[in-house]
Design a protein around this ligand. Sequence first.
Ligand SMILES: C[S@@+](CC[C@H](N)C(=O)[O-])C[C@H]1O[C@@H](n2cnc3c(N)ncnc32)[C@H](O)[C@@H]1O
Length: 324
Amino acid sequence: MNILKGAIAGYGPRKNVVLGLVRLASTSSSGASSSSVKDTAITEDEMSHFNALASSWWDVDGPQRILHKMNLLRMDFIHTTIREHLQLNEPNTPVEDEIYVPAYGLELLPKPIRNRIISEQENKRDEILGKSKLKALDVGCGGGILTESLARLSFIHSVKGIDLSSDVLQAAKVHQLKDPQLTKLQYELKAIEDLPSNQQYDIITMFEMLEHVTYPAKVLEEALSRVKVGGWVFISTINRDFVSWFTTILMGEHLLNIVPVGTHTLDKYINQTEIKDWIESDSDRSEKYKVVRAEGCIYLPAYGWKFTENPNVGNYFMAIQRKK
Ligand SMILES: C[S@@+](CC[C@H](N)C(=O)[O-])C[C@H]1O[C@@H](n2cnc3c(N)ncnc32)[C@H](O)[C@@H]1O
């Protein structure tokens, strides 16, 4: 019963709804950018929590096994989103060289024609990605589970992983040395706002990170301002709802011990609609950025991670593209 007390004490839906909106609406505690504590900083509690996990970060059956298991799904999400949204025809492509992109559903066409169009489009996607050299930034990279996988993608030119937990980053650096092929990868102990603002990236990832920061809007703003036109910000985080509390805190932490107790705080979860609304509520932001894809996902202990039909419940992935 004591086990449940801790979990249940953290569930206060009315209080949480208010806090979540305030969290995303506010960009700083004081509004003073000269404050010695940065708005994108990690709290002491979060830092010691993650530092304590550093030595077991790469144990695929250890406390971070849920992140290891999530990696396949997130790589799939990143890869398919980028691939599906490639511009198949550059603006001045001669008509005879253009890849045919029908303005209507391909399923209306006879199968042999449909298959030929799909095959031409897929070949073009392979060709474009084969020539691409994308720069990626992984914010809150932890021990580098996603960072290393990104660096192994053939169309990635370089990856920078940043985090504020020094022990965790050290675990990332040590693990990198195990694979001499990982030469495209570099780690830095840095807050995102300390990266030069003229360093722009094609891909910025923030996986399982926003629910640990005090001012998520500030971190999002810093990330959006560093993505190139046409580039992507990929996020995974958690809706602030009963299902999330049940799966990530009650089951995940207290009953099944999938992650250590204290990993999550319901108040810090952010609904995917809040991120969408935050982008759309500002005309500059909504002109430049668009939420192109959002998918719910769930961890099934006997199976692993799986996409769900509903991004508004539980965990979710989101892809934001910079339009101009
Ligand atoms: C749950 S781990 C996720 C690690 C990694 N993104 C992954 O999914 O494999 C959260 C990470 O975010 C980092 N973090 C938390 N707040 C941060 C902040 N304000 N700036 C940078 N990193 C932060 C923590 O140190 C920790 O390594």
